[in-house]
Design a protein around this ligand. Structure first.
Ligand SMILES: Nc1nc2c(ncn2[C@@H]2O[C@H](COP(=O)(O)OP(=O)(O)OP(=O)(O)O)[C@@H](O)[C@H]2O)c(=O)[nH]1
Ligand SMILES: [Mg+2]
Length: 198
């Protein structure tokens, strides 16, 4: 398995110039949707990314890396207490970070399965579509739902949006869906290298 390490946390709206161009998996979603927890589950390291019960834990652009790939943990959006300055930060710095970054192999858009899509998630989806960015939806915290309920949420999302990629499911607690996410990351990264060498 890949061995990810903390590389640093940044506030610049660009890929850090000292880091080589490798494929990066970017994790975005509402505050508290489970981004940092999922990074830990997928990397198999309990305390790689900081997690918290309180929303707004991740404040910087955090890079983790192994020998030839990255995970990028982004601050969540929709954090009520953070107010306008946080929304500005998202809209200006983080959106330009995503648009300017040549490393992105996939953006995982995390949605808390109990909450389904909220207005800000829809804004994010529209923005990803508008900018023709590669993204895939992952439903998180599925241990909190009964199987029937999960099927309903998944169907609802799939029927509402013409998503190009299947909706993945995950639980950082029970580790359900984690292997599939690891495979998806390997595929995305291989594709990134293939495309770059064409
Ligand atoms: N039951 C359950 N709880 C989870 C799961 N994933 C995350 N949580 C909990 O949800 C809370 C938020 O998780 P984080 O991983 O810190 O969320 P985040 O999206 O990184 O949040 P921000 O950094 O604030 O944007 C924590 O209390 C986690 O323990 C899961 O799969 N199942
Ligand atoms: Mg976080």
């Amino acid at each position: 398995m890949r061995d990810y390490k903390f590389l640093g946390s940044f506030r610049e709206d660009n890929h850090p110039s000292h880091l080589p161009i490798f494929p990066a998996t970017v994790w975005i979603g509402r505050s508290n949707s489970g981004k940092s927890s999922l990074i830990n589950a997928v990397s198999g390291k309990n305390r790689l990314a900081f997690t918290s019960k309180l929303p707004g834990r991740t404040r910087d652009i955090v890079y983790f890396g192994d020998k030839n790939s990255y995970y990028i943990d982004l601050p969540g959006y929709g954090f009520a207490k953070a107010g306008d300055s946080h929304k500005d930060f998202w809209e200006k710095s983080l959106s330009s970070f995503i648009l300017k970054n040549d490393c992105i192999s996939m953006i995982f858009l995390l949605i808390d399965s109990r909450r389904s899509f909220q207005p800000l998630d829809i804004e994010m989806l529209d923005w990803l579509e508008l900018n023709d960015l590669p993204y895939q939806v992952i439903l998180t915290k599925i241990d909190k739902l009964k199987l029937k309920e999960l099927e309903r949420v998944k169907k609802e999302i799939e029927s509402l949006y013409k998503l190009k990629r299947e909706v993945l499911i995950s639980s950082s607690k029970t580790k359900k869906g984690i292997t599939e996410i690891r495979y998806a990351i390997e595929d995305n990264n291989n594709l990134f290298f293939t495309n770059r060498h064409q």
